[in-house]
Ligand binder design. Structure first.
Ligand SMILES: Cc1cc2nc3c(=O)[nH]c(=O)nc-3n(C[C@H](O)[C@H](O)[C@H](O)COP(=O)(O)O)c2cc1C
Length: 264
């Protein structure tokens, strides 16, 4: 095996990523699903505790129940399956009890550790899926409506859904989306805060490409043309992620974390 070719292949796959929101009718084979899940489990995890669970939801009725909580995103129904990655200390806590070990994982730090574990596993699964020719699209609604999603998925105390994605064979591949330039993201040695000019430079391409994309969405086009929305930053903050919605999701999440036993 030529290792240089293998790494080039892996990096090319990673760089070729784009979210897939429309899927063909082709099922995901059991062997592909197993490969994907096993790749997920190889992710690093804090103390190798693997404090996460992965829920594979294929059942159409269950997905109909999840659909409104994912804000009616069509991929919830149209993809062959959803994978939901949960921060999970339930399993570990049961093992601790059986082993007469103290219970130390019902606090915010543990929630963060378990969330990081869940996200690392999810991205491993995503990359494995893409390398098999499948497509995924993350859904932020998993966290925004964590309690509702958690209720449908029957999550016990000490389990919270963190990220989820639809998984299936892509119907088509959209163009790759832009990224901020490396120099806008990476700091060598120490953080160097941005000047106004640097901010303009970093977001220049995003502003052009993002506005072009949103102008093609009818509702947004009207808002942009009526002068309500003047730039991409306002699309983000007046339409996509409003202060009200973000504060409401934050309150709901804090309440759910308390209920799920993660805020001691
Ligand atoms: C945590 C997270 C939540 C996301 N939530 C959604 C979502 O609810 N709906 C959606 O269509 N895309 C969602 N996305 C996909 C992003 O919109 C997408 O990754 C981003 O626009 C870049 O596009 P690309 O993945 O095609 O490169 C989410 C991505 C992440 C990482």
């Amino acid at each position: 095996m030529n290792m240089a070719n293998v790494s080039a292949d892996i990096i090319n796959h990673i760089k070729d990523h784009r979210s897939i929101r429309e899927y063909s009718d082709q099922e995901v084979s059991d062997s592909d699903l197993t490969e994907i899940l096993e790749a997920g489990l190889r992710a690093s995890s804090s103390g190798n505790m693997q404090s996460y669970s992965i829920i594979v939801t294929k059942d159409k009725n269950l997905r109909r129940e999840l659909y409104p909580h994912h804000f009616n995103q069509e991929m919830v129904l149209e993809a062959p399956m959803l994978l939901t990655f949960c921060a999970d200390f339930n399993r570990m806590k049961k093992w601790l009890t059986q082993s007469h070990a103290p219970q130390n994982f019902d606090n915010f730090m543990s929630f963060m550790i378990a969330s990081i574990d869940a996200v690392l596993a999810s991205q491993n699964c995503a990359l494995a899926a893409e390398s098999l020719g499948l497509g995924i699209c993350y859904m932020g609604t998993t966290l925004a409506n964590a309690q509702k999603v958690g209720e449908v998925l029957n999550l016990p105390k000490h389990v919270v859904p963190i990220v989820g994605f639809s998984l299936g064979h892509p119907l088509h591949f959209e163009e790759k989306k832009d990224r901020l330039p490396l120099k806008g993201i990476v700091h060598f040695e120490k953080y160097q805060d941005y000047t106004d000019d640097e901010i303009q430079e970093i977001y220049k391409d995003r502003e052009e490409k993002g506005m072009k994309r949103y102008r093609s969405v009818i509702d947004l086009k009207k808002k942009i043309e009526s002068g309500d929305i003047q730039n991409l930053a306002q699309v983000y903050t007046k339409i996509k992620y409003t202060k009200e919605s973000h504060e409401e999701f934050s309150r709901n999440l804090a309440h759910y974390l308390l209920e799920q036993g993660f805020l001691n």
